[in-house]
Structure formats: C-alpha cells, structure tokens
Design a protein around this ligand. Structure first.
Ligand SMILES: [Zn+2]
Ligand SMILES: [Zn+2]
Length: 305
C-alpha cells in the first residue's frame, strides 16, 4: 500500500531526468546512494586504520574528543532537538551556526536529516519509517541511508526551515563543512590530526548516532507505552549526550530534554540550558509533571508550518 513517504516526488527511486534535476536542486550533486558517497563512507571507515601508521599523539587524540562532542551536540541539540522537533528557539545566525556544526558530522544536510527524522516519528515502526528495526538491525543502523527511497530531501515535511536560503544552500552543499573540518584538522595536527580529528571521530559519531535508530529501538527499558519499539538505555545516552532516553523522547517529542528525571543523564540538555543562560537559545520546552507521570495529552508532532 503506497504511503505519503513513498509517494513524495523526492523519494521516488526512479532515474528520470526530472527526478535528478529536482534532487540536485535541494541535495546537490553528491547523492547519498551513489558510488561516490559509498566510497567516501567506507573510505573514512578504512582511514581509521591509519592509526597504526600515525600512532596516538596526544594533540590528535584531544582533537578527536573535541570534534566528537562538538559535532555530536550539533546533531543532538541542532539537527535533532531544533530542526526536527523545534523544542526551543534561537536567532537566525545561531540557527545557521548549529546547522553548520551538525552538517560537519558528515550526515548530510539539515533539511534532509530533519525531514527524514520527522518521518521516523510520524510512521514509527510502520510503513514509511525510514529506519525501523522491523526491517532488520542493519537496515535501521545504516542500510537505510543507502536506500534510494530516502535519498532526496523530503521537502513536504520540512517547509518551515526550507524557507531560509542559507539552510537550503547548506543542504545542497552539505559536503562543504566536513571538508573544511578535515582541512582544519590537518592544519592543527597534521596527518594524525586528520586521522583522529576527522576519520576516527566521524566514524564513532556515525555509529553513535545510528545506534539511536537501531539499538535504542531494540535494547533497553520501556517506561511509556508508545505504540513503537523505542527504549531507554543509559549506555546509549552516555555515548550520545542524552539521546538514549529514546522511549521518553518518542513519548513526548516536544521536549528539549530527553532525560526526564535528574538521574537520566542528558548532556545535550545541560548544554542547551547553559546556552539559554547566555541568551543564545530560549523557550526551551520541558515535559510537565503530568507528562512525566504518563499523562501527556496529545503528543505534539513537529510539522512543517
Ligand atoms: Zn526525534
Ligand atoms: Zn526512534
């Protein structure tokens, strides 16, 4: 049975000229499923092996820690909690800054990422969910990324941010921030800087992010009845700055915090709170006591305005 996701003009796995023109308008020349993207993806994995050549000099390892956590926060606090769920507000300049940082994680552009994530929530574990583990662990972890059904930016669900030309530009030229970061790592710490600060950091970041889509729907506890397979998992929360409280998140997506209780460690929330103290972000949404006790009313889905 066809669904909205599968029938969107940007999601058709056809090779017509019109489709490719349309794809290039919003996603640029670098497709997600083509040979170049696959070579880049697996090439960055393979480049991690250069660690046996360059060793582990301290500046390069520290660079890896920094690029891992800063870009992870760009994904969790930016791509996820801001662009996908609008769980807080910020100004136009900082909006672009967090989009750039998120984009440097080499997970494609903000409109593509957030649009497909909105689909994940709208069709959780049903037909139309880009990465449900019901289609196998590998598919939910990284197989879906190379699935042509989810290749194009789903413009119909991300219209609210697609009205900003700078975000459209970034979405189309999503390869620029990773390239800039790779060059900077080389300038800062030479080849070990590129291996640690870009290749190893990016690979770890990919699999930490993807584990939220795969493992956090398989491994962990369910506090709330959500109608999907989402779970809460401390270990994933620690690796992903708080995204492992995924059952909480599926239960109440509007919140800027995924750890609902003080003992649920959520570093992204702490950082967003600190940013609010200096005025860079504001109107952070929190779950009410009723939500935490399991009486959320109607969950608010992020929708294109
Ligand atoms: Zn989400
Ligand atoms: Zn999920």
């Amino acid at each position: 049975m066809p669904n909205r996701a599968a029938t969107s003009k940007k999601q058709k796995p056809e090779s017509s000229e019109a489709y490719h023109q349309s794809y290039e308008e919003s996603d640029g020349w670098l497709t997600r499923t083509g040979a170049v993207a696959r070579v880049i993806y697996w090439g960055i994995h393979a480049a991690c092996l250069l660690v046996f050549v360059v060793g582990a000099p301290l500046p390069a390892v520290l660079l890896c820690v920094a690029t891992y956590f800063v870009r992870l926060l760009g994904i969790t606090g930016g791509y996820h909690r801001y662009f996908s769920h609008k769980s807080y507000k910020t100004g136009r300049i900082f909006q672009f800054v967090i989009a750039w940082i998120g984009c440097s994680a080499t997970q494609k552009g903000p409109l593509w990422w957030a649009g497909n994530h909105r689909r994940h929530h709208r069709f959780s574990d049903q037909e139309g969910d880009p990465h449900s583990p019901k289609h196998g662990w590998y598919h939910s972890h990284q197989g879906w990324i190379f699935d042509s059904r989810w290749e194009g930016t789903p413009e119909d669900v991300i219209k609210d941010f697609a009205r900003y030309p700078e975000l459209v530009w970034l979405n189309r030229n999503h390869w620029v921030p990773p390239l800039v970061l790779g060059i900077l790592c080389g300038l800062i710490a030479g080849l070990p800087g590129v291996v640690w600060g870009f290749a190893i950091s990016t690979t770890l970041l990919w699999h930490a992010t993807y584990s939220v889509n795969s493992l956090a729907h398989i491994w962990g506890k369910r506090r709330y009845e959500t109608g999907d397979t989402s779970r809460n998992n401390l270990w994933i929360a620690l690796a992903t700055c708080g995204e492992g409280w995924h059952n909480n998140h599926h239960y109440y997506q509007a919140a800027a915090r995924n750890g609902f209780f003080w003992w649920e460690i959520d570093v992204t929330w702490y950082v967003l709170k600190a940013l609010s103290w200096v005025g860079l972000v504001w109107d952070l949404r929190e779950p009410s006591e009723a939500v935490k006790q399991g009486r959320p009313g109607k969950p608010r889905l992020a929708r294109a305005a």
